[in-house]
Design a protein around this ligand. Structure first.
Ligand code: SF4
Length: 255
């Protein structure tokens, strides 16, 4: 078992495990950078959809450092934690870059809340997916309109449906553009080693038991050992737990 060593410590055992982890991660970092740069070279416009979760910090660091032609955007659903919004500003300050923020269409949001109530997403899967459609899917489609490819931070470890993902897929649901997942094979330990060792800003909710962070009313802390997505839409069964950006039916792998 690899013992994580995030803080600067002087005991040699800890330093060597951290060094071993860094050494084993180096080829994955190089491959991810190569994939990002190839995407920027091979497509007219490439965008990265940042969820502001742990994986996003890795990709934001690699993109703004090694492939700045890729535009980074995120979605402010109107129901995010304050800690998540603050993270946008902390990232922008660190890199001296601006992250584009997309918001729900005001008229569509007004209509949805009028029909379903302010917290109507708790009433059933259809209502929850309807809220995600207004607050996430429509703004996402606006954000990637005209792009040749979009980058995701999906990892195979995250869920049984994500385990089926391919590094490059054709995203038929979004006009047949390329959907590229460059950190598909990174492990949870590797993601956190990268964040800690480079002292990247991260959402403090991760230290309070939130491995995966979405909207505040739809995210809760999980118990140690629970699935990393167990805190998302916890009142639904695992089969329905996606907002629609990463559908259960996988897109076609690209050649
Ligand atoms: Fe609405 Fe919850 Fe989906 Fe956020 S995660 S868009 S609040 S249903």
């Amino acid at each position: 078992m690899i013992v994580q060593c995030y803080e600067a410590r002087s005991d040699n055992a800890c330093m060597s495990t951290s060094a071993e982890l860094e050494a084993s991660l180096q080829p994955k970092i190089a491959a991810t950078i190569a994939q990002l740069q190839a995407a920027a070279r091979d497509h007219d416009r490439v965008v990265y959809s940042s969820s502001l979760g742990a994986e996003s910090l890795v990709l934001t660091d690699l993109i703004w450092t090694h492939a700045p032609q890729i535009g980074i955007f995120t979605l402010d659903t109107g129901r995010l934690h304050e800690e998540t919004l603050s993270l946008i500003e902390r990232l922008e300050r660190r890199y001296g870059q601006r992250m584009q923020v997309f918001y729900p269409d005001p008229a569509a949001l007004q209509a949805w809340v009028s029909a379903n109530g302010i917290n109507g997403f708790y009433n059933g899967i259809a209502e929850r997916q309807g809220c995600c459609a207004v607050r996430k899917i429509e703004p996402f489609k606006r954000a990637i309109a005209g792009a040749g490819a979009w980058i995701t931070g999906v990892r195979r470890e995250q869920s049984s449906t994500r385990a089926l993902a391919q590094p490059v897929e054709i995203d038929q649901a979004n006009g047949g553009i390329a959907k590229i997942s460059p950190i598909l094979d990174w492990t949870h330990e590797e993601v956190w080693h990268y964040i800690r060792s480079r002292r990247l800003p991260y959402n403090p909710l991760h230290d309070k038991g939130f491995p995966s962070i979405g909207c505040a009313p739809c995210t809760r802390a999980v118990e140690p050992g629970e699935d990393s997505r167990a805190g998302r839409w916890w009142w639904e069964n695992s089969e329905s737990k996606e907002c629609g950006l990463h559908p259960r039916i996988r897109a076609k792998p690209a050649a």
